[in-house]
Design a protein around this ligand. Structure first.
Ligand code: OXD
Ligand code: MN
Length: 594
C-alpha cells in the first residue's frame, strides 16, 4: 500500500460505500498479473488463448449491452451547468454523487476491490498525471496494466504526497439502466459504474487523459488532445513529429503505425509510432509545442486490421494482448471481419454463440462474428515501429497538426490553414460520418471539433478560446492541416486508397512546413498544386485527382449552415475570432461568384 494519507482516507471512504469483501493494492508485478489471469480464467472472465501461437494473450467478452462508449450516460458534473457547455451532458456534483452513490452502494459485496496506482505519461515527467483506480473488475486491472504505467514506481510517487485523480469504478450489475460515467473536474474525481467496456471502464484513458486532463490543461496552460503522435523520418534522417486528430475509429491507429508505400520507400522514409489516440502537449522554452503520449498501450478497433491495412498492428497483437468481442476460433486463436484469412469455417462469436461465416439473421443481414467495435489491448512496446522516444520525459517537438474526418463529398484530400487562428477554426468545423465506436446512427454526419466532442471536459467555446491562447504562447506554432481520406466518386467508391499511401500526403504536409511544396490558394485554405504530391508507383488518373482536391464553393456554403447552427449553441461564449473566421470564409466563398 501507499503511505499517502489522502489515498488511504479516500479508499476507506469508498470501501464504506461499495462494501467489498477485501481490498488488494496492486503492485504491478508479474506474479500479481499471473494470479489475476488465473482467477479471471476460473471465473469465466477471460479465456486463455493458444499460448504457442499467441503467447501471453487472453480473450474477453463484454456483456451484450456493453460494447461501446455510452455518451448519453456520460456526464460532466460541475457546479455551473454552463461550465460543462452544450457539448456535454451535465449533472450537478451533488446529484452525480447521489445518483451514482446509490448504484455503488454495496456494489462490491462478495468481490475484491482492486486499488491500482497508475501514471499517465512516463512516471515523474512534468507532463504526467497520477491516478488511483478502484475497481471490482479483474479485466479492468489487467487492461490498465497494459494501458498505463502501473505499480510500484507509481506508489513511490504517491508516497511523496503527489496529488492524484480519484477514479472509482464498479461493474455493479452491468445494467444499462444503472450505468453512469461521471466526471467531477473540480474534485479531480471520476465515478464510473455499470459498464466493463474499455472506453467507460479504463478510467486512465478517455475519462482522465481527455475529459479531466482537458480541464486541467486549460487551467494549467497545456493541451490534452484526441490525437495520434507519429514521427516521419525523412530521407536525410531528420524526424518530424506530427499530431493528428480524427474521430473515433477513423484510422488513427493505422496512420500512427504506417509503413511507407513501396513507391516512397526507396526515398528512405520511415515512420516512428509514439501514440495512436491521445497527445498531451506543452509549449517548451524554445517556443515550440512538444508532446507526449500519456498511454502505455493501444486499445484498438480489431475489424479491418490485417497484414495489408496495418502489418505493424498485426505484429503488435501477437503477444501480451487481451482481445475483446472478436471471434474465438476452435484452436483458441482469434479472428475478426476484415482480418487475415482464411476465414474460419466456425467459431464462437462475440455474443458467445456458435458462429459460421455467411450466417444470416431473421432480417437477412450477415451476422458478424466479431462486434464491429471489438478491440485489442496491447502494450505499445510490442509495435515494431515504436519510437525510442516514448519514455522521454520531454516528449517530441510537433511540426504539424492534422485534423481529419470521414466526409464522402465535402473536404478535399488535404488542405492547409492560413495561420494558427484559421487552423483553430478548421479544427472547430470538423465533422465526420459516425462509426461503430459510438452508440448512435452509423453514417450520420456529426460535428466533432478537434475530434473532442465526446471528450472535452468543459465548455467547448472556452476550449476554442484555449486553443487560440495557446497559439499566442508559441513563437513557432505547428502548421495546421485538414485531411479527408474518405472522399468518394459518383459510384460511392473511395477515390483515395488510404492506409500506407497516406504518406504521400504527409510528405506534402512536411514539405509545406519547410516551404518546399507548391500549393494553390482556395477559399478554405491551401490545397496541393497539381503534381506537388509524389505519386510514384500509384496510379490515380487526373480526373480522380482533380475530384480529390476539388473545393466546391456551393457545397461549402451549404456546410456553413450546419456550422453556424453548431456555433450558435455556444452563444456569447464563443470567441469572436471564431466568428471572424466564419465570416471571412463565407466572404471568400461568396467572392468566387457562384
Ligand atoms: C477510442 C475511442 O476507443 O475514441 O479510442 O472511442
Ligand atoms: Mn479515441
Amino acid at each position: 500500500m501507499t503511505t499517502n494519507k489522502q489515498v488511504l482516507e479516500w479508499i476507506e471512504e469508498m470501501k464504506g460505500l461499495c462494501k467489498p469483501d477485501s481490498i488488494h493494492w496492486c503492485d504491478g508485478s508479474i506474479e500479481e498479473k499471473g494470479r489475476l489471469e488465473q482467477e479471471a480464467i476460473s471465473k469465466g472472465e477471460l479465456v486463455e488463448l493458444n499460448q504457442e501461437k499467441l503467447p501471453g494473450c487472453f480473450y474477453h467478452r463484454t456483456a451484450i449491452n456493453d460494447v461501446a462508449r455510452t455518451e448519453h450516460l456520460t456526464f460532466i458534473c460541475t457546479t455551473n451547468k454552463d461550465d460543462a457547455g452544450p457539448n456535454n451532458n451535465w449533472m450537478s456534483p451533488e446529484d452525480g454523487y447521489k445518483k451514482a452513490g446509490e448504484i455503488f452502494s454495496g456494489s462490491m459485496k462478495g468481490r475484491t476491490m482492486y486499488a491500482l496506482p497508475f501514471s499517465m505519461g512516463p512516471v515523474g515527467s512534468p507532463f504526467s498525471k497520477i491516478g488511483v483506480q478502484l475497481t471490482d473488475s479483474r479485466y479492468v486491472v489487467l487492461s490498465m496494466r497494459i494501458m498505463t504505467r502501473m505499480g510500484k514506481t507509481v506508489t513511490a510517487e504517491l508516497d511523496k504526497g503527489t496529488d492524484f485523480t480519484r477514479c472509482l469504478h464498479s461493474i455493479a450489475d452491468l445494467n444499462a439502466d444503472r450505468r453512469l460515467i461521471l466526471h467531477f473536474p473540480q474534485d479531480n474525481t471520476i465515478w464510473s459504474v455499470g459498464s466493463g467496456y474499455g472506453g467507460n471502464a479504463l478510467l486512465g484513458k478517455k475519462c482522465l487523459s481527455l475529459r479531466l486532463a482537458s480541464y486541467l490543461a486549460k487551467n494549467e496552460g497545456w493541451m490534452a488532445e484526441h490525437m495520434l503522435i507519429m514521427g516521419v523520418e525523412r530521407p536525410n534522417g531528420f524526424v518530424d513529429y506530427i499530431a493528428a486528430a480524427f474521430p473515433s475509429a477513423c484510422g488513427k491507429t493505422n496512420m500512427a503505425m504506417l509503413i511507407p508505400p513501396n513507391g516512397l520507400r526507396h526515398k528512405g522514409y520511415r515512420i516512428w509510432t509514439i501514440g495512436d489516440d491521445i497527445a498531451w502537449m506543452r509549449v517548451d522554452s524554445d517556443g515550440t509545442l512538444w508532446a507526449v503520449n500519456p498511454e502505455n498501450g493501444y486499445f484498438g478497433v480489431a475489424p479491418g486490421i490485417n497484414s495489408k491495412t496495418n502489418p505493424n498492428a498485426v505484429a503488435t497483437v501477437k503477444r501480451g494482448t487481451i482481445y475483446t468481442n472478436v471471434v474465438l476460433k476452435p484452436n483458441k486463436t482469434v479472428w475478426w471481419e476484415g482480418g487475415d484469412g482464411p476465414i474460419p469455417n466456425k467459431g464462437i462469436d462475440w455474443q458467445g454463440k456458435q458462429w459460421k461465416p455467411g450466417m444470416l439473421d431473421t432480417d437477412g443481414n450477415y451476422i458478424n462474428g466479431a462486434h464491429p467495435n471489438s478491440r485489442f489491448t496491447a502494450p505499445v512496446i510490442n509495435c515494431p515501429s515504436i519510437s525510442h522516444r516514448i519514455e522521454q520525459h520531454h516528449g517530441v517537438p510537433i511540426s504539424a497538426i492534422i485534423f481529419g474526418g470521414r466526409r464522402a463529398h465535402l473536404a478535399p484530400l488535404v488542405y492547409e490553414s492560413f495561420n494558427w487562428q484559421h487552423g483553430v477554426f478548421v479544427g472547430a468545423i470538423m465533422s465526420s460520418e459516425m462509426t461503430a465506436a459510438q452508440q448512435g446512427t452509423m453514417g450520420k454526419v456529426r460535428r466533432d471539433p478537434m475530434a473532442m466532442l465526446p471528450f472535452c471536459g468543459y465548455n467547448m467555446a472556452d476550449y476554442f478560446g484555449h486553443w487560440l491562447k495557446m497559439g499566442k504562447a508559441m513563437t513557432k506554432p505547428p502548421l495546421i492541416f485538414n485531411v479527408n481520406w474518405f472522399r468518394t466518386d459518383e459510384n460511392n467508391s473511395f477515390l483515395w486508397p488510404g492506409f500506407r499511401e497516406n504518406l504521400r500526403v504527409l510528405e506534402w504536409i512536411i514539405d509545406r512546413c519547410y516551404d518546399k511544396a507548391e500549393a494553390v490558394k482556395t477559399p478554405i485554405g491551401f490545397v496541393p498544386a497539381t503534381e506537388s504530391i509524389d505519386m510514384t508507383g500509384l496510379n490515380i488518373d487526373a480526373k480522380a485527382m482533380k475530384q480529390l482536391l476539388d473545393v466546391n464553393p456551393n457545397d461549402w456554403l451549404d456546410e456553413l449552415k450546419g456550422i453556424s447552427e453548431f456555433f450558435c449553441q455556444f452563444g456569447d461564449r464563443l470567441p469572436e475570432e471564431i466568428w471572424d473566421e466564419y465570416t471571412a470564409l463565407e466572404g471568400r466563398l461568396q467572392a468566387t461568384g457562384v
